[in-house]
Write a new protein. Sequence first.
Length: 83
Amino acid sequence: TKVGGKYPHDPITVPLTECLVTLVVAQCMALANGGLEEWKAIWKPKPMMVFSMIGFVYAFGDYLELKSLGGLSGTTYQVLSQS
C-alpha cells in the first residue's frame, strides 16, 4: 500500500527477497536430496558462471519491469498483464 504516494519500501525489495528465499530453499533441497556431494556440485565455478549470468538477466528484467510499472495503478497493471 502506498503511503503519501510512495511505497514504504524500495520496489526492488520484493524480487530480491524472493531470490534470496529461493536460494536458501534450493540449498536445503540439494543438501537433503543428495547430501554434501550434491551440495558441493552446486558451487563448481564453470556452471556457476553460466547460471549466474542467466539469473542476472532475469533479475535485471524484473528490476526494469518494476521500475517501468511502478507508477501505474493496480487496475491498469492488471489490464496490461492480461495480454
